[in-house]
Design a protein around this ligand. Structure first.
Ligand code: DGY
Length: 433
């Protein structure tokens, strides 16, 4: 099944088109039904409803009379996700503050009875935490993310817990941010902005902020899945770059696309673009003028970018990372950028978030943003819809959706299925026919 992104959902309902309710918060405001706060069937189990009215307003409860209890560790955007959970008969308890909950705090929130949880990529959903969810009667967990390196899926499978994620709505959004980081780094946009704001511009100069032209150069991609190939297409189509990629799986669809685009260019009297699938990752490091990282984080990709591989790169190459921070040995990158002033990096993710490696913030040849590659309203609401859809469907006994195309779940009549359960086949879950 071909990976799809938001661009393939144009026929569906845009999440923001869903009639809007103000999410109910425990602030004393009148809450629109059906998300009214009130005592429900869970008093004495985990947090009490009174807890949600404590002065710090840390937790809020929606649809308090719901028979199933779902804990959500961060406020999510939009209302559709709450409608989905409410319609599934869930009482939804949401942590409304922005600090990152520790494992013991999440366990306390799960308490003695919790039917499902929606958690964040910043939380360690390891065997211990998943076991606490299971022991509380948990039947489903969904990450509010497409990546799930923070979840011990094997442990979840052993516990019989389905694990959901939110693919398909981040693809183009993340790829676009990767493009933004690419040009911010290549054309020194942030440095130049700082220069302007400091009042240092004294007139046009032939040598002011010289950067790198990417047109017709070589783009390297590591990880040619959904996001990697969407970014590759943006750079190949838009900037006529030749592609070299490394991925354990051949991406025939991407290759065919580049071939067809090359033919199109030839027919228009232009030089075609080319692709090459590298058999060794080192080849990509050596040849790329621009290298973008898109692998999943696992033990095989931890510190995939290290001092030795950086030393193979062109001195004026650009490295972009919007995947996961630990894919890059950040200390090695700081050292490389320090000693190679013409080398540039654009980073959305960091090895030890929210911290940055000492020295990184001092480097003018690095552009940094706080893990926001998927941060558009459409995408973040879509992620909420999918995460809620995952847990609601499992609680209702629905089967797993068998396709990577989740666009049907963004419309008005979503299928009666769980949009994306990563361990569905390991658990032998039935699939939607
Ligand atoms: C994800 O979903 O995995 C991203 O990193 C957050 O958008």
């Amino acid at each position: 099944m071909s990976p799809r992104g938001p661009g393939s959902h144009r026929g569906g309902t845009h999440p923001s088109a869903v009639p809007s309710h103000s999410p109910c918060i425990s602030s004393g405001r009148t809450c629109p039904a059906p998300f009214r706060i009130g005592p429900g069937p869970f008093e004495g189990i985990g947090r009490t409803w009174e807890d949600s009215l404590t002065s710090d307003n840390a937790w809020t409860t929606h649809n308090s009379s719901g028979a199933l209890r779902v804990v959500v560790t961060k406020q999510l955007p939009g209302d559709r996700w709450l409608e989905i959970l409410t319609q599934a008969g869930c009482r939804v308890e949401v942590y409304t503050r922005t600090d990152i909950l520790r494992s013991d705090e999440i366990k306390a929130a799960i308490g003695g009875r919790c039917d499902a949880a929606i958690g964040q990529l910043t939380e360690p959903w390891n065997a211990d935490l998943l076991a606490a969810l299971k022991a509380a009667g948990g039947r489903a967990y969904s990450n509010y993310a497409v990546g799930y390196n923070n979840v011990d899926v094997e442990a979840a499978t052993r516990l019989g817990l389905p694990v959901g994620n939110t693919p398909g709505v981040l693809t183009e959004t993340t790829a676009e941010m990767t493009v933004a980081l690419t040009f911010a780094a290549a054309r020194r946009v942030v440095e130049a902005d700082r220069f302007m704001r400091a009042g240092l511009f004294q007139g046009w100069l032939p040598t002011l902020f010289l950067g790198e032209l990417l047109w017709r150069k070589t783009l390297g991609i590591i990880g040619a899945g959904r996001i990697g190939s969407a970014y590759a297409r943006m750079m190949v189509e838009g900037h006529k770059m030749n592609l070299i990629y490394y991925d354990p799986h051949q991406n025939g669809e991407l290759e065919d696309y580049i071939c067809a685009y090359g033919d199109f260019l030839t027919q228009h009297g232009e030089q075609p673009v080319t692709y090459h699938r590298a058999t060794q990752v080192e080849e990509v490091f050596a040849e790329a003028d621009l290298l973008s990282l898109h692998p999943a984080l696992d033990p095989s990709t931890h510190h995939l970018v290290n001092a030795e591989r950086l030393s193979r790169m062109k001195p004026n190459a650009i490295l972009v990372n919007a995947s996961r921070g630990p894919v890059v040995d950040e200390a090695a990158l700081v050292e490389h950028c320090r000693t190679h002033p013409d080398f540039r990096a654009g980073l959305d993710v960091f090895e030890d978030e929210p911290a940055m490696q000492p020295g990184l913030a001092d480097l003018d040849n690095v552009v940094v943003v706080p893990h926001i590659a998927s941060a558009t309203s459409w995408t973040r609401q879509g992620m909420a819809t999918l995460a809620a859809g995952n847990v609601a469907a499992i609680l209702l006994g629905y089967p797993a959706w068998p396709s990577a195309d989740i666009s049907a779940f963004l419309g008005d009549n979503p299928p009666k299925a769980a949009p994306s359960i990563v361990n569905a086949s390991a658990l032998g879950l039935p699939t939607f026919e």
